[in-house]
Design a protein around this ligand. Structure first.
Ligand code: S3P
Length: 448
């Protein structure tokens, strides 16, 4: 029988039923730790000399994929609850215990690890699930190939990626063809093994965790573009750090509290790195009531330069907005749930120059358009984005959604379902665990 037994319960068909909400109220102090920072903390620790201790490491599937890949590459990784301890021997730590390294659903794992695997000249194959196997890898294969890496793909530059040993990498001077922190980080990590100084120029800034956490040198070109540098001589230091909570997870509650009247949610210890916090600026520009306060005990010395804050959101009357080109890479993972906010904001909102959304865990432009249309809302799709014509009094009909096995689509559909006139269903909603294992439990805890 393909029917959920009770609202809010997952059936054996992994269908989640979400009932509408009247108001969401409460405090979340254990949001998932930041996924981007977790991947990096573990990967950087694997090429540092000495012991790194990473506290508040995420239990979500993607960051766990990074740990299992490192173990398969022979890196000593220990865990104690949410603490990860890695004792490494610098660039020579890797000693693969298997040939096939499974990155699961995680694009960040595959792209960043590729920089290290290519740098170390390992004979391994990086593979992933069906979604990851359909994602473009030419963007990393091109620069790594220029550096002298040997990488083959039997499926149009998509995973699996077969790496082979080589005679050593040479540094390159590379201008990123797209704003991508994954590509930037991949090249800089390979640069840690290369002969000479690798320079990566980004014309549009993307998240800066790699350069911030490693303490890489930065230059600026005359046109204002940033140049990041890495080299074999650069010393990667072991770190003792605590990972802040994930702003990309917090974004679902920022939108939910904003659009459901009578709501008030407090989110504790959220990372507010300026290259990730456009979601706050955008929602505030739309009229959202969001207050950001830095707790007295917060110190960036424990988070390797990553700032954190407590965030309080109250429901508000939203107005439409146009996303700026510079905001797209900064808010790239939050755009599906921002589209939900736009549907309940007065006027026409626009998202353009965001074609990168089509190359995420699923085609997020098509998935967002399908989601809003199913709810009876007004969205017009373009090759590089969409327009949403919203209204504060929009009626939202209950619907039967597909997550497209994309965690952020599953959670955006859940937030949208809270505004519906009857219970909605989400197929394959469990994939939320890729970034946010306790999402549905947290949702229930916030219902008043
Ligand atoms: C990430 C960068 C972004 C983002 C992804 C995580 C990272 O991808 O979408 O979820 O941690 O570097 P791109 O840099 O490819 O846009």
């Amino acid at each position: 029988m393909n029917m959920p037994l009770n609202p809010e319960q997952t059936t054996c068909f992994m269908i989640k039923t979400i009932t509408p909400a009247t108001a969401l109220r409460g405090e979340l102090s254990s949001l998932p730790p930041d996924k981007s920072i977790a991947h990096r903390a573990a990967l950087f620790a694997s090429v540092a000399k000495g012991e790194s201790v990473i506290r508040n490491y995420s239990a979500a599937e993607d960051p766990q994929s990074t740990l299992s890949c490192l173990r398969d590459l022979g890196v000593p990784v220990e865990t104690d609850g949410s603490t990860v301890i890695i004792r490494a021997k610098g660039r020579k730590t890797f000693s693969p215990v298997r040939q096939l390294i499974d990155c699961g659903n995680s694009g960040t794992t595959m792209r960043l690890l590729s920089g290290l695997v290519a740098g170390a000249g390992l004979d391994v194959t990086l593979t992933g699930d069906a979604s990851l196997s359909s994602r473009p890898m030419k963007r990393i294969m091109d620069p790594l190939g220029l550096m002298g890496a040997q990488i083959a793909s039997s499926d149009k530059n998509r995973p699996p990626l077969q790496f082979a040993s080589h005679k050593g990498l040479r540094a390159i001077d590379y201008t990123l063809p797209m704003a991508s922190a994954q590509v930037k980080s991949c090249v800089l990590l390979a640069g840690l093994f290369a002969d000479g100084e690798t320079r990566v120029t980004e014309t549009l800034p993307s998240r800066d965790h790699t350069e911030r956490m490693l303490g890489l040198e930065t230059d600026f070109n005359a046109d204002g573009s940033r140049v990041l540098k890495s080299s074999r001589e650069f010393e990667v230091l072991p770190q003792q750090l605590k990972i802040p909570n994930d702003i990309s997870a917090a974004a679902f509650w920022m939108v939910a509290a904003s659009i459901i009247p009578g709501s008030e949610i407090v989110l504790r210890g959220v990372g507010i790195n300026p290259s990730r916090s456009a979601v706050i600026t955008i929602l505030q520009r739309m009229g959202a009531d969001i207050r950001v306060s830095v707790p007295p005990e917060a110190s960036t010395s424990t988070t390797v330069g990553e700032p954190l804050a407590d965030i309080t959101i109250k429901s508000a009357k939203l107005s439409a907005t146009d996303l700026l080109e510079t905001e797209i890479p900064n808010a790239i993972d939050e755009i599906p749930v921002l589209a939900v906010a736009m549907a309940f904001a007065e006027g026409k909102s626009t998202v353009r120059k965001a074609a990168e959304l089509r190359a995420k865990e699923c085609d997020r432009i098509a998935a967002v358009a399908e989601m809003l249309q199913k709810a009876g809302l007004n969205i017009k799709e373009y090759a590089d984005g969409f327009d949403v014509s919203g209204s504060r009094s929009n009626a939202c009909q209950a619907a039967d959604y597909s997550s497209h096995h994309d965690h952020r689509i599953a959670m955006a559909a859940a937030v949208l379902s809270l505004k519906a006139d009857a219970p909605s269903t989400i197929h394959d909603a469990d994939c939320a665990a890729i970034s946010y294992p306790t999402f549905f439990r947290d949702l229930e805890s916030l219902r008043s």
